[in-house]
Design a protein around this ligand. Structure first.
Ligand SMILES: [Zn+2]
Length: 267
């Protein structure tokens, strides 16, 4: 049985005591939350996935994730079964950005070293495993404003191809407050070469939000925040052409699209 609930696709498979429920958009770049019978274990393409005592779990599929994904479920009774998930492919936009400063386009060796150290720091923050289960909440937009960049776009800076854009950009004046989209713990606060003022909020089980280009960071590492708490202010720091918030979401290394987790932007 397949039920469609608002923007979410819900799949419910029931075999006596066995069940698998998936919540989310079954597409590339999606965070999928799920429910198994309590006591069951889960593997995704043979990799063990943490499941809460109540049978809840979360998975993230990257921008170019394989369309066929294999779940192996080991029930509380020890019986193993397989379920395949079919993801729909996405088409990504091409975005051309001009007017990026030479300092940023061709960074000198000191800045290259700085950017590499920054990347190591963000990778470490996103690789953490936090026990909290705030990823189960309904996420909210961290601020309101026009969306000026979307997840997955292939980008050209001053005509040169660069890595895709993984966040959703919301334009707002410098100083506009940014709130936590869900509860979490702050795992990184820093001034990074490309992303400028940066904050990472860990929502648990590998799910994190990253905010880039901030003018002010109003939290400290290790601080626990609640959904709706003010954490920062919009800015134009790092590789940008104007003030905006770039909101990124990860499931460990996999980059997922925040826009799939929130209602359409209401203006
Ligand atoms: Zn951006």
């Amino acid at each position: 049985m397949v039920r469609i609930m608002s923007a979410f696709v819900l799949i419910w498979l029931s075999f006596s005591a066995q069940s698998l429920e998936l919540q989310g958009t079954l597409t590339q770049g999606s965070l999928i939350r799920g429910q198994l019978e309590p006591g069951a274990q889960l593997r995704l393409n043979d990799e063990p996935i943490r499941v809460t005592a109540e049978g809840k779990f979360v998975l993230g599929f990257g921008r170019k994730a394989a369309l066929e994904q294999r779940l192996t479920i080991i029930g509380a009774d020890g019986k193993m079964r397989e379920e395949n998930i079919q993801l729909s492919p996405r088409e990504y936009k091409i975005q051309r950005i001009e007017g990026i400063a030479k300092r940023i386009m061709k960074p000198d060796p000191d800045n290259v070293a700085r950017a590499q150290a920054d990347a190591k720091r963000t990778r470490a923050a996103r690789a953490r495993f936090e026990q909290q289960t705030s990823w189960q909440q309904s996420f909210i937009w961290p601020l309101k404003g026009p969306i000026t960049g979307v997840y997955g776009s292939q980008r050209f800076y001053n005509g040169e191809p660069r890595s895709p854009h993984y966040g959703v950009d919301v334009a707002a004046p410098t100083g506009t407050t940014v709130v936590a989209p869900a509860d979490g713990v702050i795992t990184l606060v820093g001034d990074l070469f490309y992303s400028g003022g940066t904050v990472i909020i860990d929502h648990g089980f590998g799910v994190s939000s990253t905010f880039l280009h901030l003018s002010k960071m109003l939290v400290t590492e290790g601080q626990q925040v609640k959904q709706g708490d003010i954490v920062a202010e919009v800015g134009a720091t790092g590789r940008v052409t104007g003030p905006h918030l770039d909101w990124r979401m990860n499931w460990f290394k996999q980059r997922v699209d925040p826009a799939l987790l929130v209602p359409p932007m209401a203006r």
